[in-house]
Ligand binder design. Structure first.
Ligand code: ADP
Ligand code: SF4
Length: 676
């Protein structure tokens, strides 16, 4: 094992946080995992893997202090009653066992409570409509007794947290999802008593809660305050120019740890399409000048040099990470052992946030073991050894699924041959990483290539388009087909069961032609019946090159699936900034030489948009013909063992491809699993 580079030593200096000491500067910031209390074993295994990978502290996501704080259908942890102490203590034991501190983000979501599980009326400083799910249930104004109760709930939850073994206990005031934030912000606090009006009054409850927490558990636990210094999505809210800064100045030495960020979530966990590593620095850098207490912040930090720079330049004391810790739980360990080239860098795609938005367990594009630590027993780094190292495996296709399968099988010790017909590794990512704003996605390829290229038991062949006969001649013990998919160009998709009339004309393009570098001229209609990123990326490319683009979608909002990846707001703003006209809720009924005909989905009214060129982003088709030919050979016993993975099964997210690759790699030779 190699040694740590001395320039990273500062990242391994211990730091005192109130009464507790953290062994290094790597901190798993509170983040949702969508396991909730119903899947504690899964949640414990997930968090424990981060502690094992060397993070000095590992925090939970929002942990609710009371039934009036009910984020259902979002799945959260709870310390709202004594019954939750035991399961949460199993979590802290697992984190402690691996040498990390355990933090808990105690939260009350105030008016952001959809009230679906506990059926309690949401509470708020002043009556207001809840912000989530457009729920037709209003949040009621809290009276003095409610405020006293709220303080009491925080104290009781903190005592339960202490009993459960947590070292760091939070008060939560961020993401526009917090009752304390509702009190601070003039727009949501219209009170006229001592908790409303002037700044000090609006700050009063936060000050009281922090002091209550210190009194209740501060002897042995550090009190952290998670605070959004700036709200980028609601200009009327706090910002660093005035009250965001004033809050930090007023409470400066009260918390033991300042955990600072930018609201709302789409700005805190901004996708790499719109935010660089360290993008929050201009907003949070003042905090350390105002307080002597340690400051932690996030910024999708994956580079140890960027982390060192944050500390040396006095921006942060502690490097917080949600996504980089999801993508690589062993990031600190790799820095410590001088193995930084094998860091599995987060690509900023936000498939991990989509899991929260859809109330499913956490998952990750780069790290397929995420969420499967308990259920499938997958470890982020270690794989079971080969059952027989002489077995040869041929993988056809070097996209995300083929690369991940090769990596897993190579690590296990099998004789792996990875073959691709293209000139470059990466499959769909060869072209996609060159599209606007997607360069970080290339890390899916780079990380795997870096490791594969030095494995003596893995042979890699480019520019080798294989036929079924070639595969048969190879005589591999096992064949994995990972031949991917292609964008279709005929317009069939969600809204069109048949091709769109007029699609065969030369001025109608599939996404493949734009990915191949074609740049149509004139007025262009980009039609989105796919709903994720591809149409808006193509719009970006064409409009940035000066083309007049009209974006038409059959959906009621542009790129609706990107609400899950927190990109929706940024996509719409970017299209508007580029002068793109947006038409929603309309399908293309036909295309002629100079226009497209539209039908409004609700009114059935028809209209026409001028277009010299049209790009149809409607769906993909699996490249599965080789697989079916090989299946025919297998039926005649000419191929021993065969499976397919990734987009070749059905086109899907890159996260599905890396998952499929891992699954194939982990299951090969495991007869116990194959029988299931
Ligand atoms: P996935 O996301 O499932 O990994 P991709 O579309 O990204 O799928 O990658 C599929 C890869 O398979 C592409 O690089 C393509 O060049 C390669 N490929 C497809 N058919 C063949 C074939 N017959 N022989 C070799 N490589 C192939
Ligand atoms: Fe990063 Fe994407 Fe993984 Fe989230 S899903 S941690 S953004 S690579």
């Amino acid at each position: 094992m190699s040694q740590r580079d001395s320039r990273y030593d500062i990242l391994f200096e211990p730091i005192q946080i109130g009464p507790v000491k953290m062994k290094n500067r790597f901190y798993v910031a509170p983040h949702a995992d969508s396991f909730g209390m119903g899947k504690m074993d899964e949640m414990i295994a997930y968090r424990k893997a981060r502690a094992e990978g060397g993070w000095g502290a590992v925090c939970t996501g929002e942990t609710m202090i009371h039934e009036t704080s009910d984020h259902a259908p979002f799945l959260c942890t709870r310390l709202s009653s004594d019954e939750f102490i035991e399961p949460m203590s199993r979590l802290t034991s697992a984190i402690h066992e691996k040498g990390a501190l355990a933090g808990v983000e105690l939260a009350h979501v105030g008016a952001s409570c959809p009230s679906w599980s506990y059926r309690e009326h949401p509470i708020s400083p002043s009556a207001q409509f809840p912000r989530l799910y457009n729920n037709p249930i209003g949040a009621r104004k809290m009276d003095k007794k409610d405020i006293a109760d709220f303080r009491n709930w925080y104290v009781k939850a903190a005592k339960r947290a202490k009993q459960a073994g947590f070292d760091i206990i939070y008060a939560y005031c961020s993401h526009e999802l917090s009752l304390l934030q509702d009190f601070l912000v003039p727009g949501t606090n219209k009170r006229t008593d001592e908790y409303g009006g002037i700044f000090e009054n609006r700050l009063r409850l936060t000050r009281e809660v922090l002091s209550d927490l210190k009194d209740a558990v501060g002897d042995t636990c550090a009190i952290a305050f998670r605070f959004a210094v700036e709200n980028r999505s609601r200009p009327s809210s706090l910002n660093i120019q005035d009250e965001g800064r004033r809050v930090v100045e007023s409470l400066a030495e009260i918390p033991d740890l300042w955990d600072v960020n930018v609201s709302d979530w789409a700005w805190d966990s901004g996708s790499s399409r719109y935010f660089e590593e360290g993008a929050q620095e201009p907003f949070v850098s003042f905090v350390k000048q105002v307080t002597k207490k340690p400051v932690v912040g996030v910024g999708r930090f994956t580079s140890p040099d960027a982390m060192v720079s944050q500390i040396k330049r006095g921006v942060l004391d502690i490097i917080g990470a949600a996504r980089p810790s999801i993508a690589d739980p062993f990031l600190p360990h790799k820095v410590d052992t001088g193995d930084i080239d094998s860091i599995r860098e987060c690509i900023g795609c936000n498939i991990c946030t989509a899991e929260v938005m859809n109330n499913t367990a956490i998952r990750c594009t780069q790290n397929p073991s995420v969420g499967e630590e308990h259920r499938k027993g997958w470890h982020p780094e270690y794989v079971p050894p080969a059952h027989d190292e002489s077995k040869s495996i041929l993988i056809i296709g070097g996209g995300p699924s083929g690369l991940e399968a090769a990596l897993t099988l190579g690590k296990r010790g099998y004789q792996v041959s990875l073959v691709d017909g293209g000139e470059e590794w990466g499959g769909r990512l060869v072209k996609e990483r060159r599209m606007p704003r997607l360069s970080a996605w290339g890390r899916v390829v780079d990380y795997r290539l870096e490791l594969l290229q030095v494995m003596p038991n893995v042979q890699m062949y480019l520019a080798s388009q294989l036929t079924a006969d070639d595969v048969q001649e190879f005589e591999a013990d096992h064949v994995i087909v990972a031949t991917g998919s292609q964008w279709r160009g005929d317009g069939a998709g969600r809204s069109h069961s048949d091709p769109i009339q007029g699609w065969e004309q030369a001025h109608v393009h599939s996404p493949e032609s734009i990915l191949n570098g074609e740049m149509p001229e004139g007025d262009i209609v980009v039609y989105d019946d796919d709903y994720y990123y591809m149409a808006s990326i193509i719009v970006d490319k064409l409009a940035s090159a000066g083309r007049k683009v009209t974006y038409v979608t059959s959906a009621t909002i542009p790129a609706p699936w990107t609400v899950n990846t927190l990109e929706f707001e940024h996509i719409v703003k970017s299209m508007k900034a580029l002068g793109v006209e947006i038409i929603t809720g309309a399908v293309i009924s036909s295309i002629d030489a100079s226009s497209v005909q539209l039908v409004d989905q609700l009114t059935e009214k028809t209209s026409e948009v001028a277009a010299n060129n049209v790009v149809l982003v409607t769906g993909q088709l699996a490249n599965d013909s080789l697989y079916y030919e090989l299946q025919g050979k297998q039926d005649k016993n000419l191929i021993t063992s065969l499976e397919r993975i990734g987009d070749c099964i059905s086109p899907a997210l890159i996260a599905q491809s890396t998952h499929d690759g891992r699954l194939a790699g982990m299951n090969y030779g495991r007869e116990d699993l194959e029988k299931k």
